[in-house]
Ligand binder design. Structure first.
Ligand code: AMP
Length: 191
C-alpha cells in the first residue's frame, strides 16, 4: 500500500504515520526526520537544508527530491510506503506523480489530518523541538497554509484524498485513520 500523511506541523503525521506503517508492514519515510539526520551528520544534503529547517522555510524541492528518490523506489518494491511530510508543495506532488507513474509506485491514498490551529500551536510548544519556538511555529503554519494547502486540491481531483479529524487522543485518531483508509480502499475495488 502507498499512503501519504498530509497535515500542518503538529497535526500528528509522524505519530499516525508510524502506526499505519507498522499495521501494514510497510516503510515509514519521514522527510523531516531524514533532513534532521542529514543535518546532524553534516552531509551535503544537510548543509544545503540546515538554514531552511531552522527558520521553518521549505527546503528547495530539488534537495528533497534527491534525498527521497531512492528510499521511495526501494519501499515501493517492498510492499509500499507511508510518506510523512512529503510531498508538501504542488510541484513536489507532481514530481512524485511523474516519477511514480513510471515505476508503478503511484500514491493510493492521501490522508489529510485536520487539526484546529490553536491546538497545533499547543502541541508544538509541548513537543519543544529546535524549530518549535513560537516565532518559527507561526512561520511554519503560514508556510503550510500558503504552500501545502493548495496541494490538497490535486489529490481531491484524483479522488485520493481522505480527510480525518486529527483532534483527539492518539488511539482515537488512529481508529479514524484506519477507517478512512479502509473506506478508501473499498471504494477503489468497486468497478
Ligand atoms: P517536519 O518534521 O515534517 O515538520 O519538517 C521539518 C522541516 O523540514 C520543515 O519545516 C522544512 O524545513 C523541512 N521539510 C520537511 N519536509 C519537507 C519537504 N517535503 N519539502 C521541503 N522542506 C521540508
Amino acid at each position: 500500500m502507498r499512503v501519504l500523511m498530509i497535515g500542518a506541523p503538529g497535526a500528528g503525521k509522524g505519530t499516525q504515520g508510524v502506526r499505519v506503517a507498522a499495521h501494514y508492514g510497510i516503510a515509514h519515510i519521514s522527510s523531516g526526520d531524514l533532513l534532521r539526520e542529514h543535518i546532524a551528520t553534516g552531509s551535503s544534503i544537510g548543509r544545503a537544508a540546515r538554514t531552511y529547517v531552522e527558520s521553518g522555510d521549505l527546503v528547495p524541492d530539488s534537495v528533497v527530491l534527491d534525498m527521497l528518490r531512492k528510499p521511495i523506489v526501494a519501499a515501493s518494491e517492498q510492499g509500499g510506503y507511508v510518506l510523512d511530510g512529503f510531498p508538501r508543495t504542488a510541484p513536489q506532488a507532481r514530481a512524485l506523480h511523474d516519477a511514480a507513474a513510471d515505476d508503478g509506485a503511484s500514491v493510493e491514498v492521501a490522508v489529510h489530518l485536520e487539526v484546529p490551529e490553536d491546538r497545533l500551536t499547543e502541541r508544538l510548544l509541548a513537543r519543544g523541538r529546535d524549530d518549535d519556538t513560537p516565532q518559527v511555529i507561526a512561520h511554519r503554519l503560514e508556510v503550510y497554509r500558503r504552500q501545502t494547502v493548495p496541494m490538497l486540491e490535486l489529490y481531491a481531483e484524483r479522488d485520493l484524498l481522505v480527510t480525518v479529524d486529527g483532534d483527539g487522543d492518539v488511539d482515537e485518531v488512529s481508529d479514524r485513520v484506519e477507517r478512512g483508509l479502509q473506506e478508501r480502499l473499498r471504494r477503489r475495488q468497486v468497478p
